[in-house]
Design a protein around this ligand. Structure first.
Ligand code: SF4
Length: 335
């Protein structure tokens, strides 16, 4: 799938143009209006927009410098969450966790000081007493970002040569062709996130279709990368059992033997918040409602998750389906 990145304006910090990537973006998007801002975090005219303008805000591209670089310890698939080359995204998944952090301003921000971020990452990887895994895609979707910045080849090959341990990132996009011939040395773990096609179409707005994601994952595994699969987030639409049964059957049919042999599966049930609900209600009035008070419960700070008894039923169902259809793919966790 070719992503059609139709931005309508670029908001930029002036210092971004001191960097090669900033100047490359300036040339690439020279036909768009470039609006000078003091900080990518403070753009009052965008913060003041109404919720219903969310899709319009998502067409803006923000270019700046990342100033905070604190790594957060993590205990799931990686050891560290690394603030990296972008945050936000131009797709519009109705549950996107970035909306909890950035509210309406979850548009794509690109940070052009990638050399500094990479240097810090390499140093940290070499200084650790044992090899560490660094999650570099927790704030955005790096495969989508790569279409604009071409950052991934630069990062993956530098880390392969000079880093210790592994990088990892998840994606919902299939534009992996630029990654297939890189000298990655098996040090980047690529994780594809999937959901039933019906959920992708109705909820994961602007992301790649399921078939394209499966093909991309097969291609990446064929190129020698270690890979993983995320089934996430699990969303309990009324016919969820049929949807997830069909998804798992399709994965069993279409994933390559290489992916099916030993790759780990992560499963995450959806968390939803009143912030997302307020934006979705105004911006997508006809969208499928995700807040289901019959199956969800509050878990503080305006967030909702599925009740424990519901979660237990989902977990038992998925474990059984996966054991039957994908017996050689261990489940790393269900959360
Ligand atoms: S692709 Fe990922 S980052 Fe982008 S909107 Fe969807 S959940 Fe958010």
């Amino acid at each position: 799938m070719r992503m059609n990145m139709r931005f309508d304006a670029v908001y930029y910090e002036p210092a971004a143009l001191d960097f090669e990537l900033g100047r490359m973006l300036q040339e690439k998007y020279k036909d768009l209006p470039w609006v000078l801002v003091e900080s990518h975090n403070r753009i009052p005219e965008l913060t003041a927009a109404e919720n219903k303008e969310f899709p319009k805000l998502k067409r803006h591209l923000i270019v700046g410098l990342r100033k905070t670089h604190n790594y957060v310890p993590n205990h799931k698939v990686s050891d560290w969450l690394v603030p990296f080359t972008s945050s936000g995204c131009s797709a519009m998944c109705l549950y996107c966790y970035l909306v909890c952090n950035y509210n309406k301003c979850a548009y794509l921000r690109l940070f052009v000081n990638r050399g500094q971020m990479l240097e810090r990452l390499l140093k940290k990887s070499r200084a650790a007493p044992v090899p560490q895994t660094f999650e570099i895609g927790s704030n955005s979707d790096l495969v989508l970002e790569n279409v604009i910045t071409e950052n991934l080849p630069y990062i993956i090959e530098h880390f392969a040569r000079e880093g210790r341990g592994s990088l990892t990132f998840p994606t919902k996009f299939d534009m992996v062709e630029p990654l297939l011939h890189l000298d990655h040395r098996g040090k980047t773990i690529f994780r594809m996130s999937v959901n039933p096609e019906d959920i992708i179409r109705r909820v994961e707005l602007g992301t790649s279709p399921l078939g394209a994601r499966i093909r991309a994952l097969n291609d990446i595994a064929g190129a020698g990368y270690p890979v993983g699969l995320l089934i996430a987030p699990i969303i309990l639409l009324p016919d969820w059992k049929r949807l997830y049964h069909d998804l798992i059957a399709r994965l069993a049919d279409e994933l390559s033997p290489r992916v099916k042999q030993g790759s780990l599966i992560e499963i995450i049930l959806m968390t939803y918040s009143y912030v997302q609900d307020a934006i979705n209600t105004d911006a997508f009035p006809n969208a499928v409602p995700l807040l289901d008070r019959a199956t969800m419960t509050g878990r503080g700070r305006g967030k909702y998750c599925y009740r424990n008894d519901v979660r237990a039923e989902v977990e038992a169902f998925l474990r059984e389906e996966l054991a039957a259809c994908l017996p050689d793919m261990p489940i790393l966790y269900i959360s």
